[in-house]
Design a protein around this ligand. Sequence first.
Ligand code: NAD
Length: 514
Amino acid sequence: MIPPYRPEPLSDFTQPAVAAAFQEAITAVGAELGQRYPMRIGGKQVTGAASIPSINPSRPDQVVGYACRGSLAEAEAAVQAAQAAFPAWSRTPADVRARILFKAAAIMRRRRHELSAWISYEVGKNWPEADADTAEAIDFLEYYGRQMLRLAAPQELPPIPGEENHLVYLPLGVGVVHSPFNFPLAILTGMTAAAVVTGNTVVVKPSVEAPVVAAKLFEILEEAGLPEGVANLLYADPAEVGDFLTTHPEVRFINFTGSRDVGCYIYETAARLQPGQTFLRRVIAEMGGKDAIIVDGTADLSAAAEGIVTSAFGFSGQKCSACSRAIITADVYDKLLEEVVDRTRALRIGPATERETQVGPVSAARFQQKVLSYIEIGRGEGQLVTGGRPLPGGYYVEPTIFAGVHPDARIAQEEIFGPVLAFIKADDFDQALEIANGTVYGLTGSVYSRNRAHLEKARREFRVGNLYFNRKCTGALVGAQPFGGADLSGTDAKAGGPDYLRLFTRVQTVVERL
Ligand code: NAD
């Protein structure tokens, strides 16, 4: 009997025993840094010619691990391994496939703090953020396993005299998973688990920023009993293997989560029919955001300030759902700005692996440079009220706020993906909503208000995939709050929702005359 799905509770670090166990994991993982991680193709460990170092962004002199790097030959081998595994795996009963996910979830629970510690070292998440990443990975496994059981159950169709009708969800074939660095375990797990539990086989090419966490997922999938070749781990430079995989004649779908430009490029490239190709390649592309929190004069300003600071600076603003625009009606703009600035200045910045840290580094040197270059742009577009500097010792950027930003400014339109927040003044709520909708993105948004008419108007008109009222705009829960955006934020896949698995299937109707 499978119990109903419930999101995994987060760890409570105010409990001394929990904090001590997490610290122990940090220490233990610290002693394991610097190892080499092979690719896994067709169940075999493959080392490749070169290696990609994974750097601890809190302490760049520390190598978290070396990922063995493949090239086109390994990419081809991975597709072939997936192709070879497909016939048997696609015929494996859905409940058997689902049980592998449930088993993987159980292993993750046992290794929970260890996995979170790897996340903290590899991409610079502080304790609660890393813990939430692992909890979400467990949620995806539990939720998609149950969703597969639902899809595999007999589907209700109206009876037709003299005929028996069936509707079945079948897998597509071989797919490719391109995951982002910012949820190195959760998103990678969700994207992979959904594709395989529906009976597909995949080549998984994780972000170059997070190969070690990907290796941990593969250890777990193997231990859980995923057969050889069903999921293949390829470490490679996307510039080298990206197009090859996107246009490969045996690749039927691409499951991508990442930036808008890369997603749009893959969408376009994948659509072109290749010589001899007999199917339309499916692309699931979940992309960036320029997410806004609107606050009006009726709102609880302390709650709004807290929500803005958490949404903007949690994980240094490196969430697709992060608040990068605070759009405030003129009557409370100055007061709220002051409170947000005060709270921001009080944030403790430091190495992600240390207990007290609230804001860690950004995850790579190139991200730090990008964020700093946007801060330079921001100096010409608004008034810098706090932050703005890199800090020594790691890839740190101070939480930064610009005030008086025009809605069309670059820092109010382009995804920076770092701890930079633009404060924008609106005459009234209607204008605030218009400003919020005035980007190409539509991922998350939040409204703080006690005015029912404003909330109802936002419900109708705020064009985002995930809309929140009187709470932060990050932290969607698998199952309860399916996640994904509108417009150029993506293909509306709604990860963690009841429609997600359908994207990895084709549906067949079978009619037998009786
Ligand atoms: P990215 O676009 O640089 O990379 C994402 C993945 O695509 C990586 O695995 C990368 O190796 C691969 N890739 C890059 N170029 C490729 C190519 N030409 N062909 C094939 N694959 C290629 O993104 P990132 O920096 O890792 O992640 C941050 C971005 O992801 C942000 O824009 C963020 O908003 C977005 N994101 C969106 C969601 C969502 O659900 N909408 C969730 C998390 C992150």
